[in-house]
Design a protein around this ligand. Structure first.
Ligand SMILES: [Zn+2]
Ligand SMILES: [Zn+2]
Length: 243
């Protein structure tokens, strides 16, 4: 829902620490002149301006809930500037949902106004994106399958409640692991702080970054309770990754 959460006046929502302002989770992979985003949130336009993105080369989706997809319409300026479609990579299930949620994009009749120009690519295993190998990490988000992604020595896994053993093997040897930790209290479809710490102990990354954090966690207070190699991520955080 983002922090501040609409209508809420709790200490975290009213915090003056900029790291307590959280737009919906997404990451930008920038390498060799290419920009690839994982998920287009309802905050995508603002996030893209904040990150000074001048081009967008591809979008990868984790799943098709509202928060990771609703910013798709805002890729249109990149279609116009780049005079072309933006490739989209997602599971078959996510692509099917995208075509329902954004039916106006996929209608055959020519629209009167601009619509996002996309080219759909189904993820069936590791794939190459402009020379970077992206490995999907299947996980469960309640009863819904989702994908995390590994790129070199880093992985991004948001919106999950359970990681199968076969996926834990794909998370071995990471320098940086960015993962869901919604809140302290258990949640039916999200990993909480305790569960995410247990996963970090299992897959042993050098560093872990918690994301998809709700207003139950204040940045500095939560960080003070975590092991030194586990930190809350925050909007605008940039890390260098070995690929
Ligand atoms: Zn609040
Ligand atoms: Zn979700």
């Amino acid at each position: 829902m983002g922090v501040p959460t609409l209508g809420c006046h709790c200490a975290v929502c009213e915090s003056t620490d900029p790291r307590d302002n959280r737009t919906r989770p997404s990451v930008l992979l920038s390498y060799e002149g290419h920009n690839v985003v994982i998920d287009t949130t309802p905050d995508f336009r603002y996030q893209a301006m904040r990150a000074h993105i001048d081009r967008l080369d591809a979008v990868i989706y984790t799943h098709a809930h509202a928060d990771p997809i609703l910013g798709l319409d805002d890729i249109r300026p990149f279609n116009l500037k780049q005079r072309g479609v933006v490739p989209i990579y997602a599971s078959a299930e996510t692509l099917a949902t995208l075509q329902v949620q954004f039916s106006y994009v996929f209608k055959e009749a020519l629209p009167e106004s601009t619509v996002p120009g996309v080219e759909l690519h189904e993820i069936n295993g590791p794939f190459d994106l402009f020379g970077l190998k992206i490995t999907p990490i299947p996980a469960m988000h309640g009863s819904q399958p989702v994908l995390g992604f590994r790129f070199g020595k880093a992985a991004y896994l948001t919106d999950f409640s359970r990681v199968p053993e076969s996926s834990k093997a794909l998370l071995a040897g990471l320098d940086d692991f960015i993962l869901d930790a919604l809140r302290y209290v258990p949640h039916p479809t999200h990993s909480n702080v305790e569960q995410s710490l247990a996963l970090v102990r299992e897959v042993k990354p050098k560093r872990a970054w918690f994301t998809h954090i709700c207003h139950d966690l204040g940045h500095s207070d939560a960080n003070s309770r975590l092991p030194k190699n586990v930190r809350l991520a925050y909007d605008g955080l940039a890390i260098e990754v070995q690929v």
